[in-house]
Design a protein around this ligand. Sequence first.
Ligand code: WT7
Length: 684
Amino acid sequence: MSPVSDSTNRVIPGPQEPEEKTYHPSDGLFTDAHVPDFDAYLALYKKSTEEPEEFWADVAQEFYWKKPASGPMLQYNFDVNKGNIYIKFMEGAKTNICYNVLDRNVHERNLGEKVAYYWEGNSPDHHQTITYNQLLRNVCRCANALKLLGVKKGDRVAIYLPMIPELVYTMLACARIGAVHSIVFAGFSSESLCERIMDAQCNILVTADGVYRGDKLINLKKIASEALERCKESMALCVQKCVVVKHHAFRTSSDASNKLQTPWDESCDIWWDDLMDGVSDKCEPEWMDSEDPLFILYTSGSTGKPKGVVHTVTGYMLYTSLTFKYVFDYHHDDVYWCTADIGWITGHSYITYGPLANGATSVLFEGVPVYPHVGRLWEIIEKYGVSKFYTAPTAIRLLMKYGREPLQRYDLSSLRVLGTVGEPINPEAWLWYYDVVGQQRCPVIDTFWQTETGGHVLTPLPAATPLKPGSATCPFFGVQPAILNEHGEEVEGEAEGYLVFRKPWPGIMRGVYGNQERFESTYFRKFPGYYVTGDGCRRDKDGYYWITGRIDDMLNVSGHLLSTAEVEAALSEHPSVAEAAVVSRPHAVKGECLYCFVTLKDHKEFNRSLMEELKRKVREKIGPIATPDFIQNAPGLPKTRSGKIMRRVLRQIARNEKDLGDLSTLADPKVVEVLFSQRCEAAA
Ligand code: WT7
C-alpha cells in the first residue's frame, strides 16, 4: 500500500467504497514518531512475529529486574486437545511492577518532580497535582498501612473507589506488596460488589464515604456496607477490614457532608486518614515472579456469572507499557488523558500502568462529560494542554449532539492524537471526532481490545497507519489474528468470520480466577488451537480488520459488556415474572441498549409500576449501566420444540425487522405475530 495524500490529508489509493476512503493526517505532524511510516510498522511487526525472543528481550531491557530471566521467553499451550491451556512469559524472572512504574522513574530517570497526574474533580473547583515523588511516597504509605492490616503477598484486596488519587495509591500499593487487587467499578450495585468480593475471597475492602457524579450524590459507603452484610448472610464473610476514604469533596464542602449518612461498623470500618497516620513513606517492594498474579478484574460472562480475569506481573507490564508508547506515540512533553474509569480495564492499562511505566503526565478525571456544562471535556483539554486524548464512541456520540459551538469556545490546538475504545465506532462519529475535535490534524486511533487481552491488539499507529473510519486496522506487535469460518478453518484475504488469535502476546489473560474449566471453555474450546475473542470480524482487501460486533449472547452498552443472561436472571427474580428474555437493540448514543421480553405469572398485570419495579430490580442486582430501555409484555416467547428461546427472532422483533426467514423450527409460530403487534416503539 502506498497511499498519496491530497490537500485535506485524505488519502485516496484508488476506486473504493465511500466508507473505505483512507485518511493520513500525520504528514509533517510527527517528525519524531517512534514508528514513522507503514513500512517501519511492517518491519517491526515482522520482527515481533519472526523473532519474538529478541523483540521482547529488547523491550524487557528497559525495566528493572531483581533477577533476570534465564529460561525461555514464552511457554504456552492454546490447544485443548493437548492438555491444559496455559501461558507463561519470562517465568522465573523477578521484578515488581510498582517499582518499575514509580521508583525507576524517580531514582533512575530523574522524573521525581515531573507531574504524574493532574487530578480534576467532578467539580471544576477541585483539583490537585501529584508528582512522581509524591505518588511514590503516598503509595508506600498505603502499602505499609495495608501491611499493618495484615495483608500479605497473594492476598486479595477489593477496591470500590471513585476516580480519586487514593484509587491509584491503593492499586499500586497492592502491586508493591504482592497483594492482588480486585477493583470493582464504583457504579456497580451492592449485589455485584458482594458477588465479586466472595468469588475472590478478599480480606480487605477499600472504599470511600461518597462521591458526586455530576450533580448526583452517591453514598458509596452505604452500598459497600450492604455488600458486606450480604456476604455475611451468605456465611462467607472474608473481609476483615473496610478502609474508608473521606472524599475530598466532602472535606471541603460542609453542605455535602450533611446529606450523607455514613453507616459505620466499629469492628470493621476504619478511616483512611487514621490508618495512614504516622505510617512510613518508605516500603521495600515484594519481589515477584513474572507469573505471579497482579490483579483480578471481573468481566461479564455469557452464563450470567462474571468471570474474574487474571493478569500476571511481567507480561502485563511489558505489554501495557509498549502499547502505550507506540499507540499514542508517547513523548516526554505529552499531556495524556484517558476519560475511562479505572474500574474498567481501559483505566487499569491506560490510566495507571501503561502511562506510569513511560513516566507520562496524565489527567485523572473524576467527573462526567457534561457536568457542569457540555463543554467540560474541551475545557479540561485547554486547561492542561492535553496532547493525547482517549475516549469512547458513546461519549463522542453524546457530545456530537451539542454541535460544534461548545468546542469553539476552547483552544484545542494542543491535541495531536485522538483515541477511541470500547465498541465499534460508527463512521459518522469517527468523522466528527476527526473533523470537529481534531480539526483534521489528528489521527483517530481506533483501538480494539478486551479485558482479557490486557492491552490493544488491533490498532493503528499515529504516524504509520493510513486510517479508515470504523476499522481498528492492523495487529499490534506480536499479535497474530486470524479469521475462522463456522468449521474452524482459517479464511484468507477478504473474508468475514470469527476473530481469533493464533498465539499469545505477553499481555493476554492467564486464567479465570479459581476456574480453569471456564477459562478453557469460554476462550479455547470452540476452536482448538486459538484464543477466541467472541467478536465477529471482516478483513478487507488491504488486510484491514473491521470488528462487526459480538457473536455470543453479550451486548455492549456504552462500551461496557453485559450478558443477556445476567439481566434475565435479575428480571426473573421479580415475583411477578415467570420468564424473561433479553436482546440488544441499536441505540444512538449507547451503541446498544437492552430490550427485554417478560412473561408474567398467571393473573399478574403488566403496568407502569411493574415496569419501574423491574428496572429497579436490574439496577439493584447489576448497576445503573444495565437499566433496560425497553420492557415488553410477552404472553409467550418464541421457542424451538426443545424449549430453546430463539433470540434471533426476538432481536428482529426488537429492531422491527419484518423479514423473519425460516420459522419452521418454532413450536408455536403464532406467538411471533403477537409480539410484533405489541412491540415497544418508545423507550420505557
Ligand atoms: C469488547 C471487550 C477494551 C476496553 C473496553 C472494553 C468491544 C472494544 C472495540 C473497538 C470494536 C470493540 C468488543 C470486545 N470492543 N473495543 N475498538 N472496536 N469493538 O473492554 O468490557 O472487555 O469489552 O468490547 O466487542 O470484545 P471489555
